[in-house]
Design a protein around this ligand. Structure first.
Ligand code: ADP
Length: 480
């Protein structure tokens, strides 16, 4: 693997932890260490924030087209290095190389889109109620931003925050997930090559709770954008209360996937396969509960069975592999426990259901699994599985499908298939989710607002909405 710097980035210098301590990064497919990265704490985090604060006055006043150029160059460099960056990602995260390449392009798309948005951060003038006054509404960067990112999309979840932050004129401190810091450092190298000034992008690895605490303690940090579990999101929201820090939270999901009896079954099966098995089911928007109308259930299940059984499982570096390893042993245990729980409640597992042995590799490969008679009593129907398991259940009325779909504290993404236009808009409006795929199971894109309702989070990423999260609205009342 072409290794990037295994050091933190502070003020455009790659640096070790003050203590010299490191922690290992392992390849989930083999469980072997592939790098050691700095185990930083409070002092280094504080320095990273100070560097970002020092860089802010110049960066926020740099003309938007100049900031945009830097972002575009970063995007170009990511595409230039797509294969190298994909190899790094597969080595530390496990996803198939083809998916990793796709993620690099997706990650770059946030930089390109943000570059365009940088030039369209418009304020407003508003008619005043007195002739000797003018009302100006300015949009200004909030200040230093911090990004705390997960391991399932090690590059895209960084650029989805870095792009709009820099476009808005903010500087940023990034704390990547412990499992996938190398993709973050590689982005740091690219930022420097693209001409990002010292202090504008900083990357720090180490104990999450310590780094998180410092981020919320330092006065300069005015915005924190987090993607990860609902559990950690709640801790961060609590910490944000101390200094009323602006927060964006993209948290867990529990996506329903509904197939009505008038659906195009070919499209629905293809949509579910792509949506569910990407990243071995380790995505917050992948379908976790599949509801199929009783009239088409048998037909849908039969088609799905064949396709699920045909998926190729193996190390992400092997040709044609579609399902890589799960990220760690805890992930394997969770998936296995959901399957065991379903079985203990009488479920019929028609495909998969167990680990797949891959010679000379770790026990992290879980077979794509189909459970055809799941019900809401089972864990796989009440918790996010984060693995390659499809639990299905029959429904008979539209009302029942909507109620089942909405019966969760989560509200990130939901999907449904129908060929009836009236039903399409009715269901889209009734689903209590931030992202709804109507005859579409791949809604993520840089232009659109992505985010959840209820315990799936706060705020939106993508489109102009994503940039807005890094802007403060200032009202200037001007006496003339
Ligand atoms: P997952 O369960 O997918 O690993 P987490 O929510 O635990 O998701 O992790 C997402 C990100 O949040 C990671 O970068 C992780 O290091 C970070 N994190 C975990 N705990 C904390 C915390 N107490 N404060 C700040 N960041 C945290």
């Amino acid at each position: 693997m072409p290794t990037p710097q295994s050091l933190c980035l502070i003020n455009n210098h790659f640096v070790p932890a003050d203590s010299g301590n490191t922690f290992p990064v392992t390849d989930p497919a083999t469980d072997k260490a592939i790098a050691s990265v700095p185990d930083c704490g409070s002092a280094e985090t504080w320095r990273a924030i100070e560097a970002a604060a020092a860089a802010l006055p110049e960066w926020r006043t740099r003309p938007a087209p100049a900031r945009a150029r830097v972002l575009r160059t970063m995007g170009d460099l990511m595409l230039r290095d797509q294969d190298r960056l994909a190899a790094i990602m597969t080595a530390e995260q496990g996803k198939p190389l083809a998916e990793a390449r796709g993620e690099i392009a997706y990650a770059a798309s946030f930089l390109f889109f943000s570059a365009g948005e940088a030039e369209r951060v418009y304020g407003q003038t508003v008619p005043a109620s007195a002739s000797d006054k003018r009302i100006l509404v300015l949009k200004q960067p909030v200040g230093v931003a911090a990004a705390i990112t997960p391991w399932n999309f090690p590059s895209a979840m960084i650029t989805r925050k870095l792009g709009p932050a820099l476009a808005a004129g903010c500087t940023i401190v990034i704390k990547p997930a412990e499992a996938t810091p190398l993709s973050a450092f590689a982005i740091g190298e690219i930022a420097i090559e693209a001409g990002v000034p010292a202090g504008v992008v900083n990357i720090i690895t180490g104990d999450p709770a310590t780094i998180g605490r410092e981020i919320f303690r330092h006065d300069a940090v005015r915005k924190v954008s987090f993607t990860g579990s609902t559990e950690v999101g709640k801790i961060l929201m609590d910490q944000a209360a101390n200094r009323i820090v602006k927060l964006s939270l993209e948290l867990g999901g529990h996506a329903p996937f509904i197939v009505f009896d008038d659906a195009d079954l070919d499209k629905a099966v293809a949509g579910l396969m792509a949506n569910k098995f990407r990243n071995a089911g380790q995505t917050c928007i992948c379908s976790n509960r599949v509801f199929v109308h009783e009239r088409v259930f048998a037909e849908f299940a039969q088609r799905l069975r064949a396709q699920v059984a045909a998926l190729k499982v193996g190390p992400g570096t092997h040709d044609g592999v579609q399902i890589g390893p799960l990220i760690d042993d805890a992930a394997v245990e969770k998936v296995a426990s959901h399957v065991a729980n379903a079985k203990s409640k009488g479920a019929k597992v028609t495909v998969g259901g167990d680990l797949v042995k891959v010679p000379d590799h770790a026990n992290r490969f879980f077979a794509p699994t189909l459970i055809e008679d799941a019900n809401p009593e089972m864990k796989c129907f009440s918790e996010e599985t984060f693995g390659p398991v499809v639990p299905m259940m029959k429904f008979s009325t539209e009302r029942e499908a909507i109620d089942l779909a909405n019966d969760t504290p989560f509200g990130l993404a939901a999907y449904f298939y129908t060929s009836n236009a009236s039903r399409l808009i009715r269901i889209a409006e009734a689903l209590d989710y931030g992202v709804v795929g109507a005859n579409d199971a791949a809604p993520s894109t840089a232009q659109a607002p992505f985010g959840g309702t209820k315990e799936s989070g706060l705020g939106r990423e993508g489109g102009h909405w994503g940039v807005e999260e890094y802007l403060e609205t200032k009202y200037v009342s001007w006496g003339v």
